[in-house]
Structures are given as structure tokens and as C-alpha cells.
Design a protein around this ligand. Structure first.
Ligand code: 6PG
Length: 247
């Protein structure tokens, strides 16, 4: 089976320029999606890297994107309260959501207040299946764009190397534990069966500590797939890498 989907690669010399270019691309994709089907579905990533992008979307792009037609989701979440400093929702809320005119019902956060984490995962999956009208696991697309980051260990969302969840074939969302070196270990993450049904996936990366991983994923994808979860992301239409080189 052909594993390849040739990625589009955009390299800039700062995270600022990378964010600008990606914001512009998101504007275009969202306008096209809204014109075609009346809505744009975007899964956000956590971590530090996307902060600048979210700030830009909330300022320069606040009046350009048709926010009433945008639905926001998350690729993963840390199991903390929704206003905790480690919450991916809290980060997006501070940098983006609280600053734009988006209807509350368009914000589809992961409900980490549900316990145990498996219950939060199940409830998120149920909501997604209902939203995308896919109760029987039909082969159809989900998100227009899923935004992703990469860790120096090759993880993406909360799909960590050697985790059993990498082999998941049915569930769309799972509760997982990050390796001991991560501060918030309990996580909820999308799985490959869901991620790889998104139309487009965009990696936004910056930082010298990630260059070895990124180089291997882009230059030796077959080898990388065996080691790094990020190398196994394969959306249905487009795979993009936005890289801020010198930081
Ligand atoms: C999370 C993520 C995760 C992140 C990478 C990169 O919740 O931590 O979604 O996959 O994107 O760890 O994080 P940085 O941008 O902080 O390097």
C-alpha cells in the first residue's frame, strides 16, 4: 500500500512569519469551505508554538474570517480544569476565542471535568460522531483542517512513541498517559482513525530541538513512520508543514 502523501513544506526564518503565512492559508481554506458548505471545521493544537498564530487570528484576521461559520475542536487536551494554565482550551480561549465573535455552540472543547478520563474521551468521540454524522464508522471526511505540533520525541497531539493507542483502529478519541517527563501526564487525544480522516493536516513547528525529528519525517518518511507518531499522520487531501527555522 502506498503510504505516501507528498507534503507541502513552507520554511520561514521566524515563527512570526510562519504564523502569518499559516494564518493566510487558514483564511483561504476557511473561506473556500464556508462558500462550499456553509461551515469550516478546525481542530486546534496545544503546546506553546501556536500561541502567535492564535494571536494573529484574533487580531489581523478577526474581521476577515467568518467566525459564525467556524467550528473549533481540539486534537488533544490535558486532564486539568478548563482554566488551568496547562489546559489547551484555556490557551486557545485566552489567545483567540475570548477575542473573536464566535458563537458559544461552535466551541467543541474536550470535557476534562468528566471522570475518569476514559469517560471524557468517550463523550468527545460521541459528540464528534454526531457532529460529523458518522455513527457507524463510515469512510468519510471529518475536519477541514487539523492543526498539529510535534515534540522532540516525535509525538503529535498526545500520540507518544510506543504507545498502544498508535495501533487503535476503531476508537476516534482515547485517554492516554504521557511519558513520565511530561508535567501533565493524563491526556485525551484523537487517534489516527480520526486524524487521518481530516481533509488537511498542518504541522506548525519551530525550535532547534525539533529539527532532527522534522528532518527525518520529511526526508526519510518510511523510516520515520516506524519511530515517530507524527510521521503517521495522513489526511485525505493535504499535508502541510509550516516551519519556523531559526529559533
Ligand atoms: C499538547 C500538544 C502537543 C504539542 C507538542 C508541541 O497538548 O502538548 O497538542 O502535541 O503540539 O508537544 O508543543 P510545543 O509547541 O509546546 O513545543
Amino acid at each position: 500500500m502506498d503510504q505516501s502523501l507528498k507534503p507541502e513544506i513552507y520554511i520561514f526564518n521566524s515563527l512570526e512569519k510562519t504564523g502569518q503565512a499559516l494564518a493566510e492559508r487558514i483564511l483561504k481554506i476557511s473561506n473556500d469551505a464556508v462558500a462550499k458548505k456553509g461551515k469550516f471545521t478546525l481542530a486546534l493544537s496545544g503546546g506553546r508554538t501556536p500561541r502567535r498564530l492564535y494571536n494573529l487570528l484574533a487580531s489581523e484576521y478577526a474581521d476577515k474570517i467568518v467566525w459564525e461559520a467556524v467550528h473549533l475542536f481540539w486534537g488533544d487536551e490535558r486532564c486539568v480544569a478548563k482554566d488551568h494554565p496547562d489546559s489547551n482550551y484555556a490557551m486557545a480561549d485566552q489567545t483567540l476565542i475570548s477575542k473573536i465573535q464566535i458563537p458559544a455552540q461552535n466551541i467543541h472543547r474536550i470535557h476534562t471535568e468528566l471522570h475518569p478520563p476514559e469517560k471524557a474521551a468517550e463523550s468527545y468521540e460521541e459528540m464528534l460522531r454526531e457532529f460529523f454524522n458518522n455513527p457507524e464508522d463510515k469512510v468519510s471526511s471529518t475536519f477541514d483542517v487539523i492543526l498539529l505540533g510535534v515534540g522532540p520525541d516525535g509525538h503529535t497531539a498526545s500520540l507518544f512513541p510506543q504507545s498502544l493507542v498508535l495501533e487503535e483502529k476503531n476508537r476516534w478519541v482515547a485517554a492516554v498517559d504521557a511519558p513520565p517527563s511530561f508535567s501533565t501526564r493524563q491526556r485525551i487525544t484523537m487517534t489516527f482513525p480520526l486524524m487521518n480522516r481530516s481533509r488537511a493536516a498542518v504541522f506548525l513547528v519551530s525550535g532547534a530541538e525539533k529539527s532532527t525529528v522534522v528532518e527525518m519525517i520529511l526526508e526519510k518518511p518510511d523510516r520515520a513512520r516506524k519511530i515517530y507518531p507524527a510521521a503517521r499522520v495522513k489526511p485525505t487531501e493535504k499535508l502541510m508543514w509550516f516551519i519556523g527555522e531559526k529559533e
